[in-house]
Design a protein around this ligand. Structure first.
Ligand code: NAD
Length: 356
């Protein structure tokens, strides 16, 4: 683990095993410099244990950057439960998992991710207070996807403005890959803004519904990234942006909700060199975590959350401007901005320790 590229000096990595319930899980806390490591729980069938550890490490490090870049007082953490969500999330397993989170004493705060539901998080809250994204209670934040969709929509407008000088989406050809919780809401907003939609999903019912509701053109999911588009919005799974995509897709802007869109880190530079404007995924999809973070702070106010989500557009504009000024890929610019914030907080805490 220490030698894997994803490790990157994680503060703490905990493996959890509960033979009675069959639970096997990994909790990775990358950084608590800015605050407790907040990030989702993913339940997934991994190839093997090391594959699960690597995923937890990669996702947890990503949360450090995401939380820092959007100015949340939170560090980065993530956890994975190994196995098929239909089998591995028994109440006994979720309770055992929640006890493991509780033992971390608030250094990690768990929320919902792939393979988990709000009901699962509700169940875990019976065991530990260190969860967020619940459905009931004074500070409950509920479904994060409308906030995520809003951030992505504003990211698209900021990117279009950076390229065309105007954020008008009338007639813009936008491809949405994945019409799930976020993709569907994004398609609604794009349709209202006058964009011409091209959609793809492995769930045919959703694409047919989009054709009926938004007059969207339906395309095969494998072909959509290579369509002639003004904007490509990946809203399904990660890894869509490959070197081949960067070099050959006739797309001007990439801005979507999916996490980890770059198949490999070098694609950031390949996109930039090909003249494609990539809105860093962890910036534009931060609306969901901003929503959950308000619950974790115990002070949920939907209006205040939306104001904060709207600030994603300002940060996106700053990233695009700096990328242009320094002729540097947008992903690298976003990483540097996030790291500067973390380093500033680290210097303060080192100075405070020295004073004591
Ligand atoms: P979801 O599961 O509701 O929707 C995903 C959609 O993608 C589904 O309609 C599914 O059928 C489709 N899909 C899956 N594989 C596909 C493929 N190969 N080709 C085409 N379509 C495919 O998920 P979601 O909550 O909408 O999240 C979408 C993405 O955004 C995920 O990568 C998620 O990690 C990321 N994200 C979501 C949130 C949030 O608030 N939900 C926040 C941040 C990031």
């Amino acid at each position: 683990m220490f030698d894997s590229p994803e490790y990157d000096s994680h503060e703490e990595v905990v493996t959890v095993s509960d033979p009675d319930s069959g639970l096997r899980a990994v909790i990775a806390i990358h950084s608590t410099i800015l605050g407790p490591g907040l990030g989702g729980v993913r339940c997934w069938q991994y190839r093997d244990g090391m594959d699960a550890v690597r995923d937890a490490l990669r996702l947890s490090r990503g949360m450090t950057y995401k939380n820092a870049l959007v100015g949340l007082p939170l560090g980065g953490g993530k956890s994975v439960i190994l196995g098929d969500p239909a089998i591995s999330k028994s109440p006994a397993a979720l309770q055992a998992f929640a006890r493991a989170i509780d033992r971390l004493d608030g250094r990690y705060v768990a929320a919902e991710d792939v393979g988990m539901t709000v009901a699962d998080i509700d169940m875990m809250r019976d065991v530990t207070p260190h969860v967020a994204g619940t459905s009931w209670g004074a500070a409950a934040s509920g479904d994060p996807s409308p906030y995520t969709a809003e951030g992505v929509f504003l990211g698209i407008k900021a990117a279009v403005e950076a390229q065309n000088g105007s954020d008008d989406l009338t007639g813009a050809r936008v491809g949405v890959l994945g019409l799930g919780a976020v993709g569907w809401k994004l398609a609604e907003k794009l349709n209202e803004a006058g964009a011409s939609l091209v959609v793809a999903d492995i769930n045919v019912t959703r694409t047919v519904r989009a054709a009926a509701n938004f007059n969207a053109k339906i395309i095969d999911p494998m072909r959509l990234p290579f369509e002639e588009l003004d904007v490509f919005a990946p809203c399904a799974l990660g890894g869509t942006l490959t070197r081949d995509f960067a070099e050959s897709a006739p797309v001007k802007i990439i801005c979507g909700a999916a996490n980890n869109q770059l198949a490999t880190p070098d694609v950031d530079m390949a996109l930039w060199e090909a003249g494609k404007l990539y809105a860093p995924d962890y910036l534009v999809n931060a609306g969901g975590v901003i929503n959950v973070a308000a619950e974790a702070a115990g002070d949920y106010d939907a209006y205040a959350v939306m104001i904060r989500v709207r600030a994603i557009a300002e940060t996106a504009r700053a990233v695009f401007a700096e990328a242009k000024d320094k002729n540097t890929p947008t992903g690298a610019v976003a990483d540097t901005m996030a790291l500067e914030r973390i380093e500033a907080a680290r210097s303060v805490s080192v100075a405070q320790r020295a004073e004591r």
